[in-house]
Design a protein around this ligand. Structure first.
Ligand code: SF4
Length: 327
């Protein structure tokens, strides 16, 4: 497509072609309340995203510290005089062999299975089993060394410090999770992620050369590998979703499908109600046709009212300068 139009313009055109045309000529300043509300949402979503990244780091740190502390504690015990008689090494060797057999079993299953997600799980299990085998082999080697009480005490103290640190981090991680859960509930379900925040100025513009449209949905939710664009509307909550808003949302669905992946529906969120709009072929072709009409009007250099609804004119922000208004 040679001409790319903005989804915002498409929304105005869907409301009334003349409204869109007048908007191109006037220097309209967006309502400060609307800008403030959008900025607040953007800041909140950005805060959620940052905290989620932080939580992942906390969890990894806790896991690494707990594993290191356990290892240090076991090695410390081995070096304690009288704790690791040489016969124990046969027990450890037997465990090591079992562990390796376990890895071989998962390797066999991973080779046979064709479902990608299960294959990945088996591969993770192989990795964990192999790490277990290496750990047991390390213990066998260390248990052959002479006892060393001072080294043993040092390792036990180290393990204690690490486990205390791990607990502190874990406590902070739980607090963060609680905070996140409360904040996220307003926007997404607890298991879903925020994949994109278009409300923020620095967010990249989504563009489709195929459909000839560009724009930024307010935000995008990622749920089980599917993407859901969300458009927030401040101000009056209509009785049902407005046609122009549906057009805008479906255009965003088209952009998100191209840039992110599978889209089944989008969400129109008014202050007092949410609407789930299915992304279907009929609505998609409505958007494509509207865009074509808009390009035609653009080329002709004129656009007119296409409706007889007084209510539309009464709610139209360009009513004062409109030569074709009905009210
Ligand atoms: S006042 Fe009515 S005719 Fe004029 S731009 Fe608005 S909706 Fe269209």
């Amino acid at each position: 497509m040679d001409k790319i139009v903005s989804v915002g313009d498409l929304e105005k055109y869907a409301y009334c072609p003349l409204s869109w045309w007048l908007s191109k000529q006037e220097k309209k300043i967006d309502s400060p309340d609307g800008i403030k509300a959008h900025d607040e949402v953007g800041d909140e979503l950005e805060d959620i995203r940052k905290k989620e990244v932080k939580k992942v780091y906390y969890n990894r740190f806790v896991l690494a510290l707990a594993a290191a502390a356990s290892l240090a504690a076991v090695i410390g015990l081995i070096f304690l005089p009288g704790v690791a008689p040489k016969e124990n090494k046969y027990v450890f060797l037997a465990f090591s062999m079992l562990w390796l057999l376990n890895s071989a079993f998962f390797l066999y299953k991973a080779e046979k299975i064709s479902v990608v997600i299960l294959k990945l799980r088996y591969e993770k299990a192989i990795l964990l089993s192999s790490m277990g085998a290496i750990l047991i082999a390390l213990i066998v080697i260390l248990s052959a060394l002479p006892p060393n009480e001072d080294f043993s005490k040092f390792l036990e103290i180290l393990a204690l410090i690490w486990i205390v640190l791990a607990n502190i981090m874990f406590y902070r991680s739980i607090n963060l999770s609680e905070e996140l859960l409360i904040k996220k509930m307003k926007y997404v379900a607890s298991g879903d992620n925020i994949a994109y925040i278009g409300i923020r100025k620095e967010a990249p513009l989504l563009e489709s050369a195929r459909y000839g449209i560009r724009g930024k949905p307010d935000y995008i939710i990622e749920k089980d590998g599917e993407y859901i664009p969300v458009e927030k509307k401040t101000g009056r909550t209509p009785k049902g979703p407005l046609f122009s808003h549906i057009v805008q949302l479906i255009a965003y669905c088209m952009l998100v499908e191209e840039s992110f992946g599978k889209v089944e529906y989008g969400i129109l969120e008014y202050d007092e109600k949410k609407y789930f709009i299915n992304y279907d072929e009929n609505l998609k072709s409505t958007v494509i046709k509207l865009r074509e009409k808009m390009i035609e009007d653009m080329e002709r250099g004129v656009a007119h009212r296409n409706h007889y609804k007084k209510g539309k004119c009464l709610n139209c922000s360009r009513r004062d300068i409109c030569p074709e208004r009905l009210a």
